[in-house]
Design a protein around this ligand. Structure first.
Ligand SMILES: *[C@@H]1O[C@H](CO)[C@@H](O)[C@H](O)[C@H]1NC(C)=O
Ligand SMILES: *[C@@H]1O[C@H](CO)[C@@H](O)[C@H](O)[C@H]1NC(C)=O
Ligand SMILES: *[C@@H]1O[C@H](CO)[C@@H](O)[C@H](O)[C@H]1NC(C)=O
Ligand SMILES: *[C@@H]1O[C@H](CO)[C@@H](O)[C@H](O)[C@H]1NC(C)=O
Length: 592
């Protein structure tokens, strides 16, 4: 298996230590365009090394001697470019003068179009021969990057311009190319935080939480801003390790085009990877990204880069002008930059988007819809319908004794609520299996307890259907089993919900969800105990009245009537509180 972290650590030292044989990491190509060796350190402003050539005029096919000299240095990187387009590709090819200290590199499509060092041995002079191509531009300029020490380097030092015979004078003054201006500005650092102005207007944005400000500590932000055939991509989010996004044809991981900004010892490396499945990504050695910049501040990682809408030369890069689900993930990275699986479910857009189409400002969800429906139905069933159904059966037999459709009202209500519970549970039960396509190994005890609850929930009405008649001798056995099965199911259901709320696929806000759930249990038990005490007192009172045999029947009924009113008030209060808890949880699930 490849070790991406190691590979990446290696390429940081590309300019200092790449051996000749084939650049095992290939990462030097990432520097082909920027000529920047060390992401995260600033280049020196005024160059002290000089490039010289032995001609001023050249013809296609000519060999031209190029020399670089100055104070002792360890690494170097030389290219020739069109003097009128210094940000363009390397031109022509080189022949080595000394194979011990220099090697040929291939930048872009042109073989041997750059020269670099072979080791960090000290040198103060290097030479190479440049071979002019047949389609050479009229003016060619040589550029060099020189590394004196690890953190001390100069980027794109401007060398002499050579011209074809009879070429018109150079039209673009080379000194205004921003990259080559002597500058103390951080080159690979973002100077300021991203902002959301233009979201939905000039750029396509994905934000979580919705409408958050990319500077904020909890804001995940991704934007696409199109400029002709290239796309400027900005991504930021709180992370100790990495932040990443992926373009996907579906809502599952696998066959995705991913872009990762990985924090490695306080430097950010921007990488791409083609995700072939649910396995760790293998980072690409070349990726076609340009203008990479980044910064890390206050735990927020920000990176931006540019890529063409179409990158046919790079395997695994999708065309940007198509419809995709977009994933946003974050996770930890080890010291060496090895990344770990995202520690929570990635944010997934709620639909497929074409980022090159009209700009939008969208959000997403960290929880798949099926699992949100699963959680919502389970909350309705095991927080509300079952609780009210039990209270009605336990306390309302004397309150609602009248018959309705041949059965007492309390029984009708109880049966309806309990069957609703079983129905909701059954529907909710199958959803995670549909989503996962099978059993989830990563959900801990939650699915095991859930299956137990489901089994008990099915068993309960079956048993109730075959209950003995009211005054049969075995009736009390039924009553006891019915009560204990129900109670066991409810306790297990609450435990299952506690576990389920914090599973990565739902992950309600912590520790809010736990406290609110504890609050609900306390509320439920509190009301239950009150009703229990009240019933006990009422029975005592009735017994006392009964025993004295002084009072007439009327007192008995008035005491009972008082008790009934109390119970009905308590039930109303209970239902209101229960509904408040339920709505709170459903809202939280909706917002995940
Ligand atoms: C410049 O150097 C190249 C390579 O050594 C050589 O072929 C060419 O003749 C030289 N040109 C001049 C004008 O010295
Ligand atoms: C947002 O960022 C853009 C590009 O960096 C900049 O031009 C613009 O002024 C910024 N807007 C605000 C409100 O800071
Ligand atoms: C994009 O295209 C427009 C007109 O087609 C041109 O004026 C502009 O310079 C181009 N921008 C870039 C960055 O190439
Ligand atoms: C995406 O949007 C661009 C620009 O509107 C359009 O050219 C392209 O056909 C769209 N792609 C798809 C697959 O709809």
């Amino acid at each position: 298996m490849e070790l991406p972290g190691l590979t990446r650590t290696l390429w940081i030292f590309t300019f200092l230590s790449v051996p000749v044989a084939g650049y095992p990491n290939g990462k030097v190509k990432e520097a082909c365009s920027s000529m920047r060796p060390l992401h995260g350190h600033f280049p020196q402003p005024s160059p002290v090394h000089t490039i010289s050539v032995n001609v001023t005029v050249f013809r296609p096919g000519d060999h031209i001697k190029v020399s670089l000299s100055g104070p002792v240095f360890e690494g170097f990187f030389i290219q020739a470019r069109n003097a009128e387009n210094l940000d363009g590709p390397a031109i022509g090819s080189f022949i080595l003068a000394d194979e011990r200290i220099s090697q040929l590199l291939t930048c872009g499509r042109v073989k041997n179009s750059a020269v670099s060092h072979t080791s960090k041995s000290k040198k103060n002079h290097v030479e190479a021969y440049w071979v002019s191509p047949t389609d050479a531009p009229e003016h060619v300029q040589f550029l060099a990057t020189v590394v004196e020490k690890y953190k001390l380097f100069w980027v794109k030092i401007l060398g002499p311009v050579i011209s074809q015979p009879n070429a018109p004078p150079l039209t673009i003054p080379t000194s205004i190319t921003p990259d080559t201006l002597p500058t103390s500005q951080p080159v690979s650092h973002l100077t300021k935080s991203f902002n959301a102005s233009g979201c939905g207007n000039t750029k396509f944005c994905i934000r979580n939480p919705p409408k958050c400000d990319p500077g904020a500590a909890d804001c995940f932000f991704l934007s696409f801003k199109q400029n002709n055939h290239s796309m400027l991509i900005e991504m930021s989010g709180p992370s100790e390790g990495y932040i990443a996004f992926a373009l996907s044809h579906d809502q599952w991981m696998g066959d995705d085009d991913a872009y990762l900004c990985i924090n490695e010892d306080h430097r950010i490396n921007v990488n791409t990877a083609y995700l072939s499945g649910r396995t760790p990504p293998v980072l690409d050695s070349e990726n076609g990204l340009e203008d990479i910049s980044w910064r890390v501040a206050d735990g927020v990682v920000q990176c931006s880069f540019r890529r063409n809408l179409h990158l046919p030369a790079y395997k695994g890069r999708f065309n940007l002008d198509a419809n995709y689900y977009i994933f946003l993930a974050d996770g930890e990275a080890s010291e060496g930059g090895l990344i770990y699986k995202h520690n929570r479910q990635p944010l997934i857009t709620n639909g497929m988007y074409n980022v090159t189409d009209s700009p939008k400002d969208v959000g997403g969800s960290r929880s798949p819809l099926l699992l949100k429906v699963h959680a919502s139905l389970m909350f309705v069933a095991w927080m509300t319908t079952v609780s009210i159904g039990v209270i009605v059966a336990r306390f309302f037999k004397p309150v609602w004794p009248y018959s309705l459709f041949g059965k007492e009202i309390w029984f009708q209500v109880h049966r309806m609520l309990m069957l609703t519970t079983v129905l909701l549970t059954s529907i909710a039960f199958v959803l995670p299996f549909i989503y996962r396509g099978g059993w989830s190994e990563r959900a801990g005890f939650h699915p095991y307890l859930g299956c137990t609850v489901m089994a008990l929930a099915i068993f309960q009405p079956l048993m109730a259907g075959f209950r003995p008649p009211p005054h049969a001798p075995r009736r009390h056995v039924f009553n006891w089993v019915h009560w204990s099965t129900g109670t066991t199911a409810r306790i297990l259901a609450v435990v299952t919900m506690f576990l389920g709320m914090d599973l990565p696929a739902l992950n309600l806000p912590d520790p809010w969800d736990t406290y609110t759930m504890i609050g609900f249990v306390a509320w439920h038990v509190g009301i239950d105990v009150l009703l229990e005490i009240h019933s006990y007192c009422l029975i005592r009172k009735v017994e006392v009245i009964d025993d004295d045999r002084i009072q007439i029947l009327q007192s008995l009924t008035s005491a009972e009537a008082e008790g009934h009113t109390f119970k009905q008030i308590m039930l109303t209060i209970y239902i209101c509180g229960n509904a408040a808890f339920l709505i709170t949880f459903l809202t939280a699930i909706h917002q995940v």
